[in-house]
Design a protein around this ligand. Sequence first.
Ligand SMILES: NC(=O)c1ccc[n+]([C@@H]2O[C@H](COP(=O)([O-])OP(=O)(O)OC[C@H]3O[C@@H](n4cnc5c(N)ncnc54)[C@H](OP(=O)(O)O)[C@@H]3O)[C@@H](O)[C@H]2O)c1
Length: 256
Amino acid sequence: MKHLLLICLLLGATAAAATDTGTVLITGANRGIGLEFVRQLAARDWRVIATTRRPAAADELNALATADPDIIVEYLDVTDHQGIDALAAKYLDQPIDILLLNAAMGPTPQTAGARLAKLDFDVATKSFAVNSIGPMKVTQAFMPNVALSERKLVLAMSSDSGSFVAGSQAPVLFHYKASKAALNMYFHTLHFETRRTGVTVVMLHPGLVGTNPGLMRFPGALKTADSVGQLLTVIDGLTPADNGRFINYLGESMPW
Ligand SMILES: NC(=O)c1ccc[n+]([C@@H]2O[C@H](COP(=O)([O-])OP(=O)(O)OC[C@H]3O[C@@H](n4cnc5c(N)ncnc54)[C@H](OP(=O)(O)O)[C@@H]3O)[C@@H](O)[C@H]2O)c1
């Protein structure tokens, strides 16, 4: 009898998580981890504002949106600050439960291994514009929407590369590592402000995820669906007590 009660309670808890719905806005939703978040959240009946800098070319995302009217595809380039403000004006006064700042400019085979003498500062400027300043600007524009919502979550997709301790201890990925460390400091600083407003700001590390053939070759690379599935379990459990944390896809604290 006790076991039956426990099973009923567990089933009830699972059903509650699976039917927990709301509105999420995702940047960089046309491929990789962002697209997988669209898939998995839409499957949970969330309303998904799926943003991409090239809606006309977002074939997989557009196919999902055609099949599910709760997926809305919008233009958003995180370096286009006027465009960000225009999208925020379109959604004025609409609650957004989760702002998922996923878009990023990753290292390329040409830039990843560049040492000091070969550092390209145009790439550096763009990396900071996309990976650090862009998420902060999107947050500034949509914070009123998050504050109106039930969940009140701002999630910045960071990386172990942004950690002094967990990132690779080698002279590689200069711009990516520096721009993710800057992202962490931006959102760490923001959490001091949001603890007064009840918005929970969390930085996430998704693990090493095989979102392209190069990453897939790394031993132990996670499948995109598995990383996102685990992240959603972590996100389900976030509370205001997590404000300001940097955590991985298993919910473990990451070192700064
Ligand atoms: N994969 C990993 O192992 C890993 C590990 C740690 C952290 N992360 C982080 O997790 C997030 C997603 O990673 P991912 O592997 O899925 O990345 P990805 O496959 O490289 O996708 C990046 C996404 O960001 C978009 N994007 C790039 N510049 C943009 C801009 N200016 N405005 C709007 N969107 C822009 C891309 O759009 P386009 O298609 O138009 O280029 C694409 O949708 C990133 O923040 C990444 O740093 C990933």
